[in-house]
Design a binder for this molecule. Structure first.
Ligand code: CA
Length: 258
């Protein structure tokens, strides 16, 4: 692993704390060193048990990098437990092989993003940075520059859904839902570009802040989740429509379906 010298991070996330859950000592040490060089505070955990202890004792943690194969459990289960416990710290899964199945499993467990090993350091840093930036938008009050840049506030109603981007309160079909930050961010982006076909590349750039992302299919998993939350029939969507080969279109009302 080498440091990329063109990955400097200009946004003020310098004090953010990253928990690296990784049992391979050399990889954990490399991640710690490089994240520290970027100005992050880094904590290491070598097992699920240590990670759980860090989350309790070392809070607040702003981001978790989570390996899947750990000596006392697996990252999917740990992530699922965090989400079930109402812990919505962004999670980036570090997947060993990065097969589509593994990625979907990770995303379904509540991860915000994934990175297949071996990964390029600049990509890891870009994803860390982007996850923290999203968290910052969602946490920041009305006055920060980032908030102004994104305008991420207000409410959205469509179909059986009500979303408040300020309070993160989401209901669908009369029931409250907890969405991850990235899901909210994607939903917000759609709400700002209704009835327009948005390519995967466009969504990755607008929401994930990734340009020339190597794998644009990661978007698909998030669309699956939004449909599951908000569509009466997720397999026959009327709000989150696919445009085969090109991308997706958000249609707030069923009338404007075409
Ligand atoms: Ca491992």
């Amino acid at each position: 692993m080498s440091t990329g010298d063109d990955t400097s991070t200009e946004v003020a996330t310098a004090a953010a704390t990253v928990l690296v859950v990784e049992d391979e000592a050399h990889l954990a040490a490399g991640l710690k060193l490089n994240l520290e060089l970027e100005g992050y505070r880094v904590l290491n955990a070598r097992s699920v048990r240590e990670a759980a202890a860090q989350l309790v004792n070392a809070a607040p943690i702003d981001l978790i990098l989570l390996d899947i194969m750990l000596p006392d459990g697996d990252g999917y289960e740990f992530c699922r437990q965090l989400r079930a416990a109402g812990q919505f710290t962004p999670v980036i899964m570090l997947t060993a092989r990065g097969t589509a199945e593994e990625r979907v499993r990770g995303l379904n467990a509540g991860a915000d993003d994934y990175l297949p090993k071996p990964f390029a350091l600049p990509e890891l840093l870009a994803r860390v940075h982007s996850a923290l930036r999203r968290r910052q938008w969602l946490q920041s009050g009305a006055s920060s520059d980032l908030q102004d840049a994104t305008g991420a506030h207000g409410t959205l109603e469509f179909g059986a859904a009500q979303i408040n981007f300020d309070t993160h309160e989401v209901t669908a079909f009369g029931k409250p839902l907890r969405l991850t930050q990235l899901e909210l961010d994607l939903l917000y982006y759609f709400s700002q570009h209704p009835r327009r076909v948005l390519t995967r590349e466009k969504l990755l750039e607008g929401v994930w802040k990734l340009r020339n992302a190597p794998n644009t299919r990661s978007v698909d998993n998030f669309i699956v989740r939004l449909r599951k939350y908000f569509e009466t029939q997720p397999d026959k969507p009327v709000h989150f429509l696919s445009h085969r080969g090109s991308g997706y279109k958000f249609v707030p009302s069923e009338d404007g379906k075409t």
